[in-house]
Design a binder for this molecule. Structure first.
Ligand SMILES: Nc1nc2c(c(=O)[nH]1)N[C@H]1C(S)=C(S)[C@@H](COP(=O)(O)OP(=O)(O)OC[C@H]3O[C@@H](n4cnc5c(=O)[nH]c(N)nc54)[C@H](O)[C@@H]3O)O[C@H]1N2
Ligand SMILES: Nc1nc2c(c(=O)[nH]1)N[C@H]1C(S)=C(S)[C@@H](COP(=O)(O)OP(=O)(O)OC[C@H]3O[C@@H](n4cnc5c(=O)[nH]c(N)nc54)[C@H](O)[C@@H]3O)O[C@H]1N2
Ligand code: SF4
Ligand SMILES: [Mo]
Length: 753
C-alpha cells in the first residue's frame, strides 16, 4: 500500500517542495519513504527538484543513520537509552561549568541547522542556556563577510538584499555556481530555470569566476579573475562608475536614504581599472565594459557568494557588491537587489536610527580575534582547546556540524577533542567529528521531523508561507530534534531534562509578546499578553511559536483584528501560500546609528589600505612560485558539504574528489594523472583531471571528503573516501573584518606524485 505526502526538502537553500511516496509493510504496519519527486503544486518550487532531493528516501533510510543515542563507556561509544543519554549530557556539561566556568564550553553550529526547526528556533536558546561566548559556526567558513558588510551598510547583520531574479535585466554572478549549488544566501527553487528565463526575456547574464563552471557556460560574458582579487575588481568598477559619470541620478530613488557618496568617491579614486588589471588578471577594458553594462541595463543585480566571501578581502568584496547595486540605482527596487519579507519576520516598523553594527564586543582568548555577529572564527577552536590558561576550552557542543572535515585545522581540532573533558554532539551520523563525542544524540529521520524555513524565508526571492508536518510518526519514547535540544536547555537551566519541553516555547512566547504589546508600532500594541496566549492553538510548542510569529508578522491576522495569516492557514495549505514578489522596504529596514544606508563606513574604508597594499605589492598575474598555484573550491550537484557521500545514489560518476587543473599548468609541471599538492597546513596526493574549464594558475579541489578516518560509521563514504582539502590549509589567513578563513585562493604547490 502506498500513499503520498508533501514535504519541503531540507537539503539545500532552494527549499523545494517534494512529494514523498510512503509504503506500508502489510505485516508489520511500518511505513517507509520509498521515493521522492518534485511537488508540481508547491507554490515556491512548482515541481523542481535536483538529484539530492530525489534521493530523500535513501537519506531517510540510510542504515548508517543512528537510531539510538551513544554514550562513551571505557573509551568506547555504546548504545544507550534517551533518558540516560540526556541526563549524562547535562551532568557532563554542568560538571565542566562547575569546575572551569561556562566560558570553557565551546558551541559549534553547523550548516544543516539552517534547515531544521530545531536548528533555527531552538539552537540559539541552547547557546544562551550554556552561557558561553565561545560560539563558533559554519558562518565563519562561509557568509560571515556578507553579514558584516550588510551590518555596516544597513545596521543589521541579518537583513540581506537578494537579487530579484524574476525581474532583473542583467544578473552579475560573482564567485557562485548556482546551477550546481542551487543558490545560496538567495533562496529560490530552480535557479537554472531562472537563468534560462532571464535569457529568454532578453536579459543578460555575466559570470565572474576563475573556473568555467556550469553557470559560467550559460553566461553572455564570463570573466575569469585571479582568485581573491574581486574586491579590487569591484573597486575598479566603482571608480569607473564615478569617473565615467555613470552613477544613477538620485541613486534610482534611494538617494534620500543613503549617506557617504562623496567619501566613497574619494576612497575609490586610486582603484582605476588600469591600476588593478594585472592584480586581478582581467583587462581594464573588460572591467570598464562591466561597469558600463551594469549602469546601462534597465535593471541589474550584482550577486556574490563563496568565491567573494571566503577570501582575504571578503567583507570588502561583499560591501562593494552592494555599493555597485546602490550606485547604479538597483538597490531596493524591482529587478535589482531587494530585502525579502518573510512571514515570520516582525511586522515592518517605521524607520528609526538604531545602535548600528559593531564587532569586537569580545575577543578570542588566544589570538584576540574580534567577535563578529556573536561568533568567533571557527578556525580558532583548536587553539582555544590547546592553549593552557584561564578560560581554556574544555568541552564542545556541536549541533549539525562536522568541523573536523569542514574547517581548516581539522586534524588539530580532532586531537584536541580527544583530550577534551566532554563533547556532546547532536547529529545523526557517527562521523569524523562526532566520533569524539562522549554523548551523541541523533535526531530522527527527516520524514519524522517537521519543517519550516524560519531562516531561509528571509532570503527568498518570493515570499511564501509553507509548513511540513512530520510525514511518519516517531517510535514511542523517541524524541525529535526539537525535544532533544529543548531538554538539554531545560536540563542546563536547572528545570530538569524530564520537564515538559514545551516550557521552552512558553517562555519564548511570553517574552516575545510582552515586547510586542509594549511597542506602539506592533500590530498587537496595548493588548493583554495572557489573552493573546489563550488564542494560540493547543498544539506542539514550535507550532504555537510559529502561530504567534505569523500573527504578529507582516502578513498576520494581528490576533484576530485584521484579515491575515495564522498557523492554521499553513496547515490547511499543504503546498504553501504564495505571498507575492519582493517589495521595496527602504527606509524601514535601516538600523544604523545615522538612520541611513551608510555607503562609506569607517571600518570598511579603513580596510581599503590592506587591499591597496596587496594591489601594489603584486601586479603579476602569474603563479606565486614555481609549481605554485592558487587553489579554489568546487561543488558537485550530487554532493552536500561533508555529509552526503554515504548515499549510493549520489556517489560515483563525475562526483569525485579530483584536482582540476589547466593543461598549460599540467604540461609545465609535468603532471598527467596524479599530483602531490602542498599547502601551509600539509600535503595530499590526489588524482588529477586536466581541463580547460579552469584558468591557468588556478586549480580546484572539492571539500567535504576524507572519510578514511577510524571510528566512523559511514559504510558507503568510506569505500571512496577522497582526501580532505582542508588539511592543506593551516587556517592562518582570515578576513579580519569577519573572522572568516580563506578557503578560496589558497596558495599551494603542485608536483607530480
Ligand atoms: N575547503 C572548503 N571548506 C569548506 C567549504 C568550501 O567551499 N571549501 N565550504 C564551507 C561551507 S560553505 C560550509 S556551510 C561548511 C559546512 O560545515 P559544517 O556545517 O560543519 O559541515 P557539514 O558537512 O555541513 O556537516 C553537517 C553535519 O550535520 C549533520 N546533519 C545532517 N542533517 C542533520 C540534522 O537534521 N540535524 C542535525 N543535528 N545534524 C544533521 C551531518 O551528519 C554532519 O555531521 O563547510 C565549509 N568548508
Ligand atoms: N550541490 C551542492 N549544493 C550546495 C552545497 C554543496 O556542497 N553541494 N553546499 C551548500 C552551501 S553550504 C553553500 S555555502 C552554497 C555555496 O554556493 P556557491 O557559492 O554557489 O557554490 P561554490 O561552488 O562554492 O561556488 C563558488 C564559486 O566561486 C569560484 N571562486 C573561487 N574563488 C573565487 C574568487 O576569488 N573570485 C571569484 N569571482 N570566484 C571564485 C569557484 O570557482 C566557484 O565556482 O552551496 C550550497 N549548495
Ligand atoms: S535543489 Fe535539490 S537539494 Fe535543494 S531543496 Fe531542491 S531538491 Fe532539495
Ligand atoms: Mo555554506
Amino acid at each position: 500500500m502506498t500513499r503520498t505526502a508533501p514535504r519541503i526538502c531540507p537539503l539545500c537553500e532552494a527549499t523545494c517542495g517534494l512529494t514523498l511516496s510512503i509504503d506500508r509493510d502489510r505485516t508489520t504496519g511500518r511505513e517507509t519513504v520509498i521515493a521522492a519527486r518534485g511537488d508540481a503544486d508547491d507554490v515556491f518550487s512548482a515541481g523542481y527538484l535536483c538529484p539530492k532531493g530525489a534521493s530523500f528516501a535513501q537519506l531517510d533510510n540510510d542504515p548508517d543513520r543512528l537510531d539510538r543515542p551513544l554514550i562513551r563507556r571505557d573509551g568506547r561509544l555504546v548504545d544507550t537509552d534517551w533518558d540516560t543519554a540526556l541526563t549524562a549530557a547535562v551532568e557532563g556539561l554542568n560538571e565542566v561549568i562547575a569546575t572551569s566556568g561556562g566560558e570553557s564550553i565551546g558551541f559549534y553550529l553547523g550548516n544543516p541547522s539552517a534547515h531544521t526547526v530545531a536548528g533555527t528556533m531552538y539552537a540559539p536558546l541552547l547557546i544562551r542556556a550554556l552561557g558561553t561566548r565561545n560560539v563558533f559556526s559554519a558562518s565563519t567558513l562561509d557568509q560571515m563577510p556578507k553579514q558584516a558588510a550588510t551590518g555596516y551598510l544597513v545596521g543589521h547583520a541579518g537583513t540581506f538584499a537578494v537579487p530579484d531574479l524574476d525581474r532583473t535585466d542583467h544578473l552579475v554572478i560573482i564567485g557562485a555556481n548556482p546551477v550546481v549549488s542551487n543558490g545560496s544566501v538567495t533562496t529560490t527553487a530552480d535557479f537554472p530555470g531562472k537563468l534560462t528565463a532571464l535569457r529568454r526575456r532578453g536579459g543578460r547574464l555575466t559570470v565572474i569566476d576563475p573556473a568555467r563552471t556550469r553557470t559560467a557556460k550559460l553566461a553572455d560574458t564570463h570573466l575569469a579573475p585571479r582568485p581573491g582579487t574581486d574586491a579590487a575588481l569591484l573597486a575598479a568598477v566603482v571608480q569607473c562608475l564615478f569617473d565615467d559619470d555613470l552613477v544613477a541620478d538620485d541613486l534610482g530613488g534611494a538617494a534620500t536614504h543613503v549617506l557617504g557618496v562623496e567619501a566613497l568617491r574619494r576612497a575609490m579614486d586610486a582603484f582605476a581599472p588600469e591600476r588593478v588589471e594585472a592584480f586581478c588578471g582581467v583587462a581594464a577594458a573588460d572591467i570598464r565594459a562591466l561597469a558600463r553594462s551594469i549602469a546601462a541595463a534597465p535593471s541589474a543585480a550584482v550577486y556574490g557568494r563563496m568565491g567573494t566571501t571566503t577570501v582575504q578581502f571578503g567583507t570588502l568584496g561583499s560591501w562593494l557588491i552592494d555599493v555597485v547595486n546602490i550606485l547604479t540605482g538597483n538597490f531596493d527596487r524591482p529587478g535589482g537587489v531587494m530585502f525579502p519579507l518573510a512571514p515570520t519576520a516582525p511586522s515592518p516598523r517605521p524607520a528609526r536610527a538604531g545602535r548600528g553594527f559593531r564587532t569586537g564586543r569580545w575577543r578570542s582568548r588566544v589570538s584576540g580575534h574580534a567577535e563578529v555577529g556573536g561568533e568567533l572564527p571557527a578556525v580558532a577552536m583548536a587553539e582555544e582547546f590547546e592553549t593552557p590558561g584561564d578560560g581554556r576550552l574544555r568541552a564542545l557542543v556541536t549541533v549539525s556540524g562536522n568541523p573536523v572535515l569542514s574547517a581548516p585545522n581539522g586534524a588539530r581540532l580532532g586531537r584536541a577533542l580527544d583530550d577534551a573533558q566532554f563533547v556532546v554532539c547532536v547529529d545523526p551520523y557517527l562521523n569524523e567529528t562526532t566520533r569524539h563525542a562522549h554523548v551523541l544524540l541523533p535526531p530522527p529521520r527527516p520524514s519524522q521531523s517537521p519543517h519550516f524555513d524560519a531562516i531561509l524565508n528571509n532570503l527568498a526571492v518570493r515570499a511564501t508561507a509553507r509548513y511540513s508536518p512530520p510525514v511518519l510518526p516517531l517510535p514511542p519514547g523517541r524524541p525529535d530534534e526539537i525535544e532533544i535540544v529543548a531538554r538539554l536547555i531545560l536540563g542546563l537551566s536547572g528545570v530538569g531534562v524530564d520537564a515538559d519541553p514545551g516550557l521552552v516555547d512558553e517562555q519564548v512566547i511570553a517574552a516575545t509578546l510582552a515586547k510586542e504589546v509594549t511597542d506602539p508600532h506592533s500590530p498587537v500594541a496595548g493588548r493583554d499578553v495572557e489573552s493573546l496566549v489563550a488564542m494560540l492553538p493547543d498544539a506542539p510548542g514550535h507550532q504555537r511559536r510559529l502561530d504567534m510569529l505569523l500573527r504578529v508578522g507582516a502578513y498576520g491576522d494581528a490576533f484576530g483584528t485584521r484579515a491575515g495569516l495564522t498557523f492554521a492557514d499553513l496547515l490547511a495549505a499543504p503546498h504553501g501560500i504564495d505571498l507575492g514578489p519582493m517589495r521595496p522596504r527602504l527606509p524601514g529596514v535601516v538600523r544604523t546609528a545615522s538612520g541611513k544606508v551608510e555607503l562609506a563606513p569607517d571600518p570598511l574604508i579603513g580596510d581599503l589600505a590592506r587591499l591597496w597594499a596587496a594591489v601594489s605589492a603584486d601586479d603579476s598575474p602569474g603563479p606565486v612560485a614555481e609549481g605554485g598555484l592558487l587553489l579554489v573550491g568546487r561543488r558537485h550537484l550530487r554532493s552536500n558539504n561533508s555529509w552526503m557521500h554515504n548515499l549510493p545514489a549520489l556517489t560515483g560518476g563525475t562526483n569525485r574528489c579530483t584536482l582540476h587543473m589547466h593543461p598549460d599548468d599540467a604540461d609545465r609541471l609535468g603532471i598527467s594523472d596524479v599530483a602531490k599538492i602542498r599547502g601551509a597546513g600539509g600535503s595530499l596526493t590526489v588524482p588529477v583531471e586536466i581541463t580547460t574549464d579552469i584558468r591557468p594558475g588556478v586549480a580546484s579541489l572539492p571539500h567535504g571528503w576524507g572519510h578514511d578516518v577510524e571510528g566512523v560509521r559511514l559504510g558507503v563514504a568510506a569505500a571512496d573516501p577522497g582526501v580532505n582539502v582542508n588539511e592543506l590549509n593551516d587556517g592562518a589567513v582570515l578576513d579580519p573584518l569577519s573572522g572568516t578563513v580563506v578557503l578560496n585562493g589558497l596558495p599551494v604547490e603542485i608536483a607530480p606524485a
